[in-house]
Design a protein around this ligand. Structure first.
Ligand code: C5P
Length: 220
């Protein structure tokens, strides 16, 4: 029997990560945060002194192919370093968006992502889980929320961590990142043809996760 995969794709700060992690926990499934792989690649390139630009595509793809990334105990490791916090900054997100537009980098990360599909199942969150990485997945959800809601959520997240932020700057940043993710030539951010759309603007993460679990029960 094939190993089930639930794909949760959507724009920046739509709540995908929280919803996907909670669905994975409820089902006892593995969890893939694919954005973290692009973030870790961007960080590895920066640390190696490689500028994130098209001219460096081959070198960055080489780093991505051998990325010593591990997800362990709720933390993300790059070699011996705990990079969980370093990859979460807005700057790291912007850099991730730039490396992720390089086709050779995307290709280099495919096998790593496929490796997360293990029994009893996988919940995968990202931009192209349903369109490119797991096109045969039995449940694909495209999670959205208005730009206003997403900026507000990101703002509250930062403030709660004691990081100061400006809500209008955050909104401009996330709209810029979405525009880049939607317009790139390879694996652009777009719902799979068979994805179910879920607008979480008026929902809590718990409610959104409950909807995904309902859809999953109905499918199996
Ligand atoms: O989801 P997250 O914000 O961590 O992703 C960071 C960036 O990585 C995104 O803006 C996007 O450009 C890229 N990404 C991608 N494909 C994925 C996941 C993330 O291109 N499957």
């Amino acid at each position: 029997a094939s190993i089930p995969v639930i794909c949760i794709d959507g724009p920046t700060a739509s709540g995908k990560g929280t919803v996907a992690a909670s669905v994975a926990e409820r089902l006892g499934y593995h969890f893939l945060d694919s954005g973290a792989l692009y973030r870790a690649t961007a960080l590895a390139a920066t640390r190696a002194g490689i500028a994130i630009e098209t001219a460096e595509e081959t070198r960055i793809a080489e780093l991505a192919r051998e990325l010593p990334v591990r997800f362990e105990g709720g933390r993300i490791w790059l070699g011996q370093d705990d990079v969980s916090d370093a990859i979460r900054t807005e700057e790291a997100g912007m850099k991730a968006s730039r490396v992720s537009a390089l086709p050779a980098v995307r290709a280099a990360l495919i096998a790593l992502q496929h490796g997360f599909r293990r029994l009893p199942g996988l919940v995968a969150d990202g931009r192209d889980m349903g369109t490119v990485i797991f096109p045969g997945a039995p449940l694909k959800v495209f999670l959205t929320a208005s730009a206003e809601c997403r900026a507000e959520r990101r703002y509250k997240q930062l403030i709660s961590k004691g990081i100061s932020a400006n809500i209008l700057d955050l909104r401009a940043d996330l709209e810029a990142r979405d525009a880049r993710d939607q317009s790139r030539a390879v694996a652009p951010l777009t719902p799979a043809q068979d994805a179910l759309l879920l607008d979480s603007s008026a929902l809590t993460a718990t409610q959104a996760a409950a909807q995904v679990l309902d859809w999953w029960q109905a499918r199996r």
